[in-house]
Design a protein around this ligand. Structure first.
Ligand code: MG
Length: 392
């Protein structure tokens, strides 16, 4: 790459954001971190300001005295970094001329607006925030098409599909994609014991070190349900073309199957730095930031079909992918609200699928909602979850 690309890392203190800062530290020949943002982890953000000396740093938690104090601080190692509080600053910076590439690594619905703005502004959007596509996939992909924005997936499965699709085969020859799922920390528990799973049980992921929300989503397989919807939007597929298998080692990140029964897979040790780096360097590749496969040791790869009784959330993902419209916003918000309640020990892990099913079933379906309607549905859905538990 001849020109230095200017990157905004949104959600830089989260698990993906930290990995992105690490990757970008090794890519100074081609990329510069122009802006970083976090919600509330001010101490880590300050360390990152010193490390990457960005032009802009943003804290989105605005109604907070600590954030206001942070605003008037100066970082000795990066005194010129401009500071902002509030998410409006993010939208202004990602749409401005100083940023070419946006890494969308904010967790949950909070990442939607900036992803949408980056897509409208014609940026490269390296998207880790699957929720924005789940909620507003139609709007984001249409905006990207109109503006010329590139939406490159960072989610490891979708990066794998994206890479496999580069290698061979025409879209018309694609039969289906196969998303791999680790099965989460409770994959070997007897099904009738799942309702006893504690927060600690659900957070003990066997292969990936991730944030709390996505780890709970992995235990329920809601994460894969959201990824089915994400894949539909990213790759323009019908829900019947998206298949899920359990692959406990998390080495095969996903596969594509062509009409002649040939299957192409992408393999690498489980490390998010690879999909992050590829989203930055695509269509080229750069030297590895993460460990390579060790072919000198014996290794086996296993897979098996998903048991729908163990993972009722997955079915919700298929239904939402097939129906589209307002369903993604409702499912996503209900799930986010449920995960918070589970982490606060107010509901059981197995309640998540039941509550999401109930909220989804009685919402007023809208086939092509606007962003404003989607955000209203998001709030409605969270309220419904609250009503559900007060009615218990
Ligand atoms: Mg994933």
């Amino acid at each position: 790459m001849s020109q230095i690309r200017n990157v905004a890392v949104l959600g830089s203190t989260g698990s993906i954001g930290r990995a992105a800062i690490d990757v970008l530290g090794r890519m100074q020949h081609s990329h510069r971190v122009t802006a970083i943002s976090c919600h509330s982890q001010l101490q880590l953000l300050e360390q990152q300001i010193a490390e990457v000396t960005p032009t802009h740093a943003i804290v989105t938690q605005s109604a907070n005295a600590e954030s206001q104090r942070w605003l008037s601080n100066t970082n000795e190692r990066s005194p010129a970094t401009k500071r902002y509080v509030g998410s409006d600053a993010i939208n202004a910076i990602v749409t401005g001329d100083e940023v070419d590439t946006v890494i969308g690594a904010i967790v949950g619905i909070a990442g939607l607006e900036s992803a949408y703005e980056a897509a409208k502004a014609g940026k490269r959007l390296a998207l880790a925030n699957k929720e924005s596509l789940v909620v507003a996939g139609a709007l984001i992909m249409q905006s990207a098409q109109e503006s010329g924005a590139e939406v490159i997936p960072v989610d490891s499965e979708h990066s794998a599909i994206f890479q496999c699709l580069q290698s061979c085969g025409r879209k018309s020859e694609l039969k289906r994609i196969i998303l791999t799922a680790s099965g989460g920390p409770l994959r070997d528990w007897p099904i009738d014991k799942l309702e006893q799973a504690t927060v600690e049980d659900a957070l003990a992921h066997p292969t990936w070190q991730m944030g709390r929300k996505i780890t709970v989503d992995s235990a329920t397989m809601m994460n894969k349900a959201l990824e089915v919807i994400e894949a539909k939007w990213l790759f323009g597929l019908e829900s019947e073309q998206i298949h899920v298998v359990i692959h406990s080692q998390s080495i095969i990140h996903s596969m594509v199957e062509y009409c002649d029964a040939s299957v192409i897979a992408q393999l690498s040790p489980p490390d998010m730095r690879l999909p992050i780096q590829y989203a930055l360097t695509y269509p080229q590749r750069d030297q590895a930031s993460s460990p390579a496969m060790d072919w000198s040791v014996p290794m086996r790869l296993d897979w098996k079909p998903v048991d729908p009784e163990r993972y009722p959330c997955l079915q919700l993902g298929y239904e939402v992918a097939a129906k589209g419209g307002s369903c993604g916003a409702v499912l996503n918000a209900a799930n986010e609200a449920c995960v918070e309640l589970f982490l606060d020990r107010k509901i059981k892990l197995t309640d998540i699928a039941k509550i999401c099913r109930s909220v989804l079933n009685h919402h007023h379906f809208s086939p092509s909602p606007s962003l404003t309607e989607l955000l209203q549905l998001d709030r409605w859905s969270r309220n419904e979850v609250q009503n559900w538990i007060t009615g218990l």
